[in-house]
Design a protein around this ligand. Structure first.
Ligand code: DP6
Length: 400
């Protein structure tokens, strides 16, 4: 009989993704199956990532989870669905495999600790990175090698897109059991090296309507959402994949903005209506359109998820000028030195022409800070034992 190892621990990281063709609405609430396909860009983990350690041991008497240092309820249905699914896959694979390093490990209890390198309160999509990281880490610890879309998806729909780097589509699938509702890479992160992403953090407040409840109400009440899913998104998926393949920024940017606008239109069409954008979000939209109009073509594009923060796509050559335009329109209030985070951006002077075009009253403090980032890779395994979030006893390491 193989010797028992007290603890097997694995630590992984996973990225945030931002949809350019939005997922909004489920056809199956339990299996988390969407009413339309979606396509996203994976953001670089140097700026935004979740780190998760999972450890299994025969000595553990119950499953436990700690998020950002605080113990949370492992009984949450979505966490339970992920755990159940990974154990099912582990069982399936293990039956009859004599090389199992920890025999019957799928029956061991697990301890999980997870942390974000960005403030959860910033209102950025942390659940996608969180559940993708959970699925990826559990798969490593339980020795599962099959497609992890279902495991991540059962945590949060958009999480399955964070299982890959670069540009990723989540194919809605047709089957009732969801087996064909999977994420797939459209192009790797090296495909479009000039592409840049700026996250304009508008508000750190908690949102009024979460995406799960919001999309459920939209499915029940919005005829526009049904029209979007059936008649608009299929062609947009094809066109967006082409834009990415051909690195056609003009068309990519335009379609990204149109799809974000249509998603927010379906929110307004929901009854009672949902509004995620605020005055600052709308000012950003106008700023982008004025900036593009001055240049005579689409140099910058915005997209908004279920909150007021803007995510901006642009090319390397335009970042400095656009950041200067943002600073001009939204002068930083208190944290001038921390206003720009992430990738370095050269300072740029605005032309008088641009200043005149942007000539609306400035809105000091409207944008709290900017995170500059780029397209990045998918989940990674960290081999360095120092990166572990759980100690040898299986409990969270005290914060350094
Ligand atoms: C607006 O994936 O958070 O960000 O599946 O209920 O967990 P659940 O919803 P979630 O919804 C994301 C919605 C969105 C658009 C997108 O990311 O495609």
């Amino acid at each position: 009989m193989a010797a028992e190892k007290p603890v097997v621990a694995v630590t992984c990281t996973a990225p945030v993704n931002i949809a350019v063709i939005k997922y909004w609405g489920k056809r199956d609430e339990k299996l988390i199956l969407p009413i339309n396909s979606s396509l996203s860009v994976t953001l670089h983990q140097d700026q935004l990532k979740t780190t998760t350690t999972a450890a299994i041991s025969r000595d553990f008497t119950e499953d436990r989870i700690w998020l950002n240092g605080r113990e949370e309820d492992i009984g949450q249905p979505r966490l339970q669905a992920c755990l159940k699914e990974i154990r099912r896959l582990a069982c399936k694979r293990r039956s009859g495999s004599p090389e199992d390093p920890l025999p019957l490990s799928h029956s061991c209890k697990v301890h999980i600790a997870s942390e974000n390198n960005f403030p959860t309160a910033a209102g950025l999509a942390s659940s996608a990175a969180g559940y993708a990281c959970l699925a990826y880490t559990l798969a490593r610890v339980y020795g599962v090698e099959s497609d992890l879309s279902e495991v991540a998806r059962r945590g949060s729909g958009s999480a399955c897109r964070s299982l890959y780097g670069g540009f990723v589509e989540w194919q809605m699938g047709e089957r009732a059991d969801g087996k064909d509702s999977i994420a797939r890479q459209v192009a790797p992160e090296s495909h479009w090296p000039e592409l840049r992403v700026l996250i304009l953090v508008v508000s750190a407040g908690k949102k009024l309507t979460g995406s799960t409840v919001g999309m459920q109400t939209s499915v029940e009440t919005s005829p526009l959402l049904r029209f979007r899913a059936e008649a608009v998104v299929p062609a947009r998926m094809v066109e967006m994949a082409r834009c990415v393949r051909e690195r056609d920024f003009q068309a990519f940017g335009r379609l990204t903005m149109q799809d974000s606008n249509q998603f927010h239109a379906t929110c307004l069409d929901t009854f009672p209506p949902i509004s995620y954008l605020n005055d600052t979000s709308r000012r950003i939209i106008h700023l982008v359109h004025r900036f593009n109009a001055l240049h005579g073509h689409t140099k910058v594009a915005y997209t908004f998820d279920a909150g007021p923060n803007a995510v901006i796509f642009t090319l390397d050559e335009t970042v400095a000028e656009f950041v200067a335009a943002v600073r001009h329109s939204f002068p930083p209030e208190s944290n001038g030195d921390k206003f720009l985070q992430g990738l370095p951006v050269e300072p740029a002077l605005l032309s008088d022409e641009l200043k005149a075009v942007l000539g609306v009253d400035p809105a000091p403090g409207g944008i709290k800070y900017i995170i500059a980032t780029q397209v990045g890779p998918g989940p990674q395994v960290l081999d360095d034992p120092g990166a572990r979030l759980l100690g040898p006893d299986g409990l969270p390491k005290p914060a350094a």
